[in-house]
Design a protein around this ligand. Structure first.
Ligand code: KG4
Ligand code: ZN
Length: 340
């Protein structure tokens, strides 16, 4: 029997301080997440300087807890996987410095992980049978990408957003209707009480780029709608706004994903990232995949939003291929997918 590989994952790219121990890329022994949301809520969004400071305060405690829950010591770990981009530079630096320090002290190998590749790998945790190739829609607060996962660590981007990320649009619209930060889960909840066909918001199509997205138009349309209601002293039906906006975004996400799966001959579709926790996106994707004879995979909500188990999983597949990062690993805030 081959030896088990234990990876300690570390994630600090935005406002979650997270550490996790994962066995053989798919079995989560611990998944500790300290969410800073309560702190940033006060300001209506993530404040980078506060995020970095909080990561520094919490990182050791979160790692110790991850090791304790997994019932392992640093000596039992085979490698350390850490997010080194994309993300907030000050926040990323905390995780990267910590991982480098542990690697130096324990002489265990270090593997730098792309945050979005981590989101893709979140699907491996609960779907033991899922193997590339598949098409993955990654929808988070900072990213909207349609990616062909050709093999472990082999990615080809086929579509991306030209402006706002899907999660960013959710957060901005939520703020405009007074729901607060983070807006995605709040819109998801409120939309259940609204009429998704109540207001028609635009769906952008980009000429010559059938798999690309644009959400700034729908976001502006919602803001204009709110303004014009206010001018006319008409009361806004927030639930209808939430449901109709959500429908426009989901329509764009699902139609392009299904089209790309057909065009690229993919039989399996996965979704990942914070917005993949959206209940209506899951339902619509489920229905459309069924209608088109495609298998759909998505992580539990806890593995959709930022976590370190997905980072450890992605690091494992790099580790077994022999990828190693040096102690010169740096935080790269605008790291491109597939870039090493
Ligand atoms: O993946 P993530 O935790 O962080 C980034 O890498 O950006 O994603 C956070 C984003 C936020 O914009 C949040 O509003 C959105 O995911 N989100 C949701 C839901 N849960 C989180 N959006 C829509 N519906 C949800 N249920
Ligand atoms: Zn993320």
């Amino acid at each position: 029997m081959e030896k088990d590989i234990l990876i300690l994952g570390i994630e600090t790219s935005c406002d979650e301080t997270a550490a996790s121990v994962v066995r053989n890329g798919r079995e989560v022994l611990s998944n500790i997440i300290f969410s800073q949301i309560e702190l940033h809520k006060l300001y209506g969004g993530v404040v980078p300087e506060i995020a970095s400071r909080k990561h520094i305060e919490k990182i050791n405690q979160v790692i110790e807890e991850a090791l304790a829950v997994a019932e392992v010591s640093l000596q039992d770990i085979d490698g350390i996987g850490v997010t080194y981009g994309p993300g907030l530079v000050g926040a990323l630096l905390v995780g990267v410095s910590e991982a480098k320090a542990i690697s130096f002290a324990t002489k265990k190998p270090l593997v730098g992980v792309h945050h979005i590749e981590g989101h893709v790998s979140a699907n491996y945790i609960e779907h033991k049978e899922l193997e590339p190739p598949f098409l993955c829609l990654i929808v988070s607060g900072g990213h909207t990408h349609l990616v062909l996962v050709k093999g472990y660590g082999e990615y080809e981007i086929v579509g991306f957003t030209r402006d706002d990320a899907a999660g960013e649009a959710f957060d901005k619209v939520a703020r405009a209707i007074g729901l607060g930060y983070p807006g995605g889960p709040k819109i998801d909840k409120l939309a259940k009480e609204g009429n998704k066909n109540g207001i028609t918001f635009p769906r952008a199509h980009i000429e010559g780029a059938p798999y690309d997205f644009s959400f700034s138009g729908v976001k502006s349309a919602v803001l204009n709608y709110i303004n014009s209601c206010e001018m006319k002293n008409e009361e806004i039906n927030k639930a209808d706004v939430a449901a109709s906006f959500q429908e426009a975004v989901i329509d764009a996400l699902v139609s392009r994903t299904i089209q790309a799966a057909k065009d690229f001959g993919m039989k399996k579709v996965a979704i990942a990232g914070g917005v993949a926790a959206n209940s209506s996106l899951r339902e619509t994707m489920e229905r459309e995949c069924k209608n088109n004879d495609l298998s759909l995979y998505y992580p539990s909500p806890i593995y959709c939003t930022d976590n370190a188990a997905m980072i450890a999983s992605a690091a494992y597949y790099e580790y077994i291929k022999g990828a190693r990062s040096g102690l010169d690993l740096n935080a790269i805030p605008n790291l491109k997918i597939g870039q090493r």
